[in-house]
Design a protein around this ligand. Structure first.
Ligand code: PLP
Ligand code: COI
Length: 363
């Protein structure tokens, strides 16, 4: 892929925003550039790195009306050698194409996606925040640009990658567990729908549920299946629980659950974690009974942005509260977080190929 570059003059980008003491937060900042590529006449063309800025989009663009748009979320980390390494970026590229397929968007060859991401990180590497535990959050997305109001797949698209220098998700340390609302009113996905994709519309559809969760003092909704029998996932994380023998359990991936790369990683790390990690159908009634009997001792969510998010309690729509263990952050959850983040930061060696060096080409 022959990428063209239109770069801003090199600046000293490590301003006060990037001092080790500044909390840059998650998703707030942007770097100088973005990567763009278009799809027209049946092929992906014109790969380019350009200054970050607004798009020109036709008011009739299909993405704006019918939501034909998919995205990814990945992270890159700076290791002690000063170099930047992506984490499992091949899995994100693969999943973008799975999402694209669900929304009738043409696939973008995975190596092209990875080359695009590496090219962008390379030119914006000085934007890496200096704060301990920081990362470059990578947001690739594809949206339909054809200016047409009939409901059928667009024949034109734009692929964009943007970067967000982000601080650690838990700026004050990993010591507060969240509450989830178990809802029988809101559902994220049904079989045969778009639940297994990162379709933009799935997140628009979660906003009302998020508001309802807040009214219950909960951070997010824990979604059940359409029959309100099984635990599925959280709006931006998979769900997990830990049994008292240390076994980590993640609901089985189905076509109503996003196949989380964090969950897949934890499933592969059983040996390093020193415990069994398995997937099974998780029935809500049994789950609650097991928390109450002390058989389940910890619970939480897995996701790229949140990494590992401990859950201390659940609230039902009738205000019944069920507390997991002592409601705090358990030892297993802390260990999972530590092992995963140490691999990402290059402090411990993960499985072959998980971290990939971003080569210095332009900078
Ligand atoms: N489930 C949903 C609905 C998500 O949006 C995300 C976030 O990407 C996840 C799960 C976690 O997936 P991953 O670990 O690949 O980020
Ligand atoms: C991620 O974890 O990368 C996500 O995409 C979640 C996002 C909705 C904040």
């Amino acid at each position: 892929m022959q990428i063209t570059y239109n770069l801003k003059p090199a600046l000293e980008r490590r301003t006060e925003q990037f001092l080790p003491t500044t909390n840059v937060g998650f998703g707030n900042l942007r770097t100088d550039h973005m990567f763009l590529m278009d799809y027209r006449d049946g092929e992906w063309c014109d790969p380019r790195v350009v200054p970050y800025g607004p798009f020109q989009v036709a008011p009739g663009a299909i993405a704006l009306h019918y939501g034909q748009s998919v995205f990814e979320g990945a992270k890159a980390f700076q290791h002690e050698d000063g170099e930047i390494y992506t984490f499992r970026i091949d899995k994100n590229a693969e999943r973008l194409n799975r999402s694209a397929d669900i929304l009738c968007i043409p696939a973008l060859p995975e190596q092209m996606q990875i080359d695009a991401i590496n090219a962008l990180i390379d030119v914006d590497r000085l934007w890496f925040p200096m704060q301990e535990g920081a990362c470059l959050y990578i947001r690739p997305f594809i949206f339909a640009t054809e200016d047409r109001l009939s409901v059928s797949p667009s024949e034109q698209y734009t692929f964009c990658v943007m970067l967000s220098p982000s601080g650690p998700y838990y700026a004050d340390g990993f010591d507060k567990a969240i509450r989830l609302l178990i809802s029988e009113r809101f559902h994220r996905a049904v079989s045969g729908g778009t639940g297994a994709s990162k379709a933009a519309g799935n997140y628009a559809a979660s906003l009302k549920a998020g508001k309802a969760a807040a009214e219950y003092g909960a951070a997010q909704v824990l979604y059940l299946d359409a029959n309100n029998k099984q635990i599925e996932e959280v709006g931006a994380m998979n769900h997990f629980h830990v049994r008292k023998d240390g076994t980590i359990v993640i609901p089985k991936f189905t076509d109503t659950i996003l196949k989380s790369i964090t969950s897949e990683s934890i499933l592969d790390l059983g040996e390093l974690l020193g415990c069994e990690v398995r997937q099974e159908t998780v029935m809500l009634d049994q789950f609650i009974a097991d928390i109450e009997s002390g058989e389940i001792v910890e619970a939480g969510g897995f996701g790229t942005a949140a990494v590992v998010s401990p859950v201390g309690s659940y609230i039902f729509e009738d205000n019944r509260i069920v507390t997991v263990g002592d409601g705090g952050v358990g030892e297993h959850t802390k260990r999972i977080y530590k092992v995963l983040t140490e691999i990402q930061k290059g402090h411990i060696q993960g499985p072959e190929g998980w971290v990939q060096h971003v080569k210095r080409v332009n900078v």
